[in-house]
Design a protein around this ligand. Structure first.
Ligand code: THU
Length: 132
């Protein structure tokens, strides 16, 4: 999917807003994600950490769980941001989970200033695992 500049800017702003809801008590590394769904809606997610560190949920998977739990299907694009100058890319687990919903999903990887780069999930996760 080709994203318009307006769509990109909206998704980045939504990811930044999502980041404000992060529960990142342990790492102090806040992350926000925003999904553009097939119906045109945007679903936010933030990282949710836990005292049992392995129970932490990343912002991307938080957004995906929220969208699907609301009955929404069809992920058209995702933006992910953080509070540093580095344009964050999804972790390996999130890449695998995103891949489940489309091999060509554009991932807008953003820093705190809104600077970004866009890669498809296939670019980020070559030779992905599937059951096919
Ligand atoms: N984190 C995300 O939310 N998404 C990623 O793709 C990478 C890492 C979170 C998990 C944890 O709460 C914090 O960033 C530090 O690893």
């Amino acid at each position: 999917m080709t994203l318009s500049d307006a769509q990109i800017q909206t998704l980045i702003a939504e990811a930044q807003a999502a980041m404000a809801e992060a529960h990142a008590t342990y790492s102090n590394f806040t992350v926000g994600a925003a999904l553009l769904m097939e119906d045109g809606s945007i679903v936010r997610g933030a990282n949710i950490e836990n005292a049992s560190f392995g129970a932490t949920i990343c912002a991307e998977r938080s957004a995906i769980a929220s969208a699907l739990s609301q009955g929404k299907r069809g992920i058209k694009a995702v933006a992910v941001t953080n509070a540093t100058d580095t344009k964050i890319t999804p972790c390996g687990i999130c890449r695998q989970v995103l891949y489940e919903y489309g091999t060509d999903i554009p991932v807008i990887c953003t820093n705190q200033s809104g600077e970004h780069m866009i890669h498809t999930i296939s670019d980020l996760l070559p030779h992905a695992f599937t059951l096919d």
